[in-house]
Design a protein around this ligand. Structure first.
Ligand SMILES: [Zn+2]
Length: 360
């Protein structure tokens, strides 16, 4: 089978392929049902988990897809391919690999970055007892990001305001203001939520179950939408003291938002925080792999359009269908060359993570 056949056109297709590939490998699957939402075709939604390697392994690699819903086509294709190709059979002693398929199954199915409550999960892992962060920069750009119409006068005014903002502050600060995460506008972009989401609580339980006794775990969370077409940027997230270890494992092209070397803005409330809190005894080496699709302003515009559609538009309209196609194209390049690039880099970074864990 070709590499492209491991990728899917819908969440339902991806899930069926994942379950079948696990079954063919004789792997048990833990399926966590999301009672709060249904899929785009009315289907049930699950976060599915399969573990390879010994139950008692003290070093655990989590390979996850679909934290940002519609970005899930990419990571799912790599997970399914690795299962189908018979990989990860001869893991080093004391290393296990845990596949988490569709961390955000609602977004995967509806081709949205966010979950059923418009929450960006990678902004949701905060300490809510401490109170929510204030987001004055986002407050300044919200009306430009979510205009009252899409393509009409409010949209045109918003476009001008964005250009003025960028001319005054720069593209980097604009990206930071929009994408850094916000907890003030539930119908806005990069909304982090007011409380832990279903995926947040479910993921924590999975990590405690599989790494609660681990000495070391690693996270490889698959994303799309930033950077050059097909390029897989490995972004280190977490305690700055772990960055040299990540560079030792993966090479010196590992980037860090805090160090200003990543295409990603500095972001609060990312999933690695929840994973670390769920296995606090373990050393953690957490990375996201971020694959490029389209230029950043096109991706941001697709996200804005999608957010506008759900906040103020009509899904069942020509405009709605056009926007959904744009969103899909922004997350997922449905081309063989792109999938080949995703696959090669994907299996390479997973292999490096396993070797890194083995020697740690
Ligand atoms: Zn993402």
């Amino acid at each position: 089978m070709s590499i492209s056949s491991n990728f899917s056109a819908t969440y339902a297709e991806a899930r069926a392929k994942f379950l079948e590939a696990c079954m063919n490998r004789g792997l048990e699957v833990e399926s966590h049902h999301n009672d709060k939402a249904r899929g785009a075709e009315g289907e049930d939604l699950y976060m599915d988990v399969a573990r390879l390697g010994p139950d008692e392994a003290k070093k655990v690699l989590f390979v996850s897809s679909g934290t940002h819903g519609g970005e899930g086509f990419c990571g799912s294709g790599v997970q399914i391919g690795m299962l189908r190709e018979g990989m990860l059979k001869d893991l080093p002693d004391d290393v296990a690999v845990v596949f988490i398929h569709a961390v955000n199954p609602y977004g995967f199915s509806h081709i949205r970055r966010v979950n059923e409550d418009n929450i960006d999960l990678n902004r949701n892992f905060l300490d809510y007892a401490e109170g929510l962060p204030e987001n004055p920069e986002y407050a300044e750009v919200h009306d430009m990001i979510v205009p009252d119409d899409w393509g009409g006068p409010a949209f045109k005014k918003a476009e001008e305001d964005i250009q003025t903002y960028i001319a005054k502050n720069g593209l980097g600060p604009f990206q930071q203001a929009v994408t850094g995460g916000q907890h003030i506008r539930a119908n806005g972009l990069f909304f982090g939520g007011f409380e832990p989401a279903w995926s947040n609580k479910t993921l924590r339980a999975i990590v405690t179950k599989h790494a609660g006794n681990a000495t070391h775990f690693a996270m490889m969370d698959f994303h799309t939408g930033l950077g050059p077409y097909g390029h897989g940027e490995l972004i280190y997230v977490g305690d700055p003291e772990g960055l040299p270890r990540a560079i030792d494992w993966y090479g010196d092209d590992v980037t860090s938002p805090e160090a200003g070397t990543s295409t990603s803005a500095v972001v609060r409330g990312t999933i690695n925080i929840g994973m670390c809190e769920s296995a606090p005894q373990a050393q953690a080496t957490c990375t996201a792999i971020e694959y490029g699709t389209k230029p950043i302003l096109e991706v941001l515009n697709a996200l804005r359009a999608d957010n506008w559609l759900y906040a103020k538009g009509d899904l069942d309209s020509d405009q709605g269908r056009t926007i959904k196609k744009e969103v899909r194209d922004a997350f997922y390049c449905d081309f063989d060359d792109w999938k080949q690039m995703i696959w090669e880099r994907g299996i390479s970074v997973v292999d490096m993570a396993i070797k890194g864990l083995a020697k740690s």
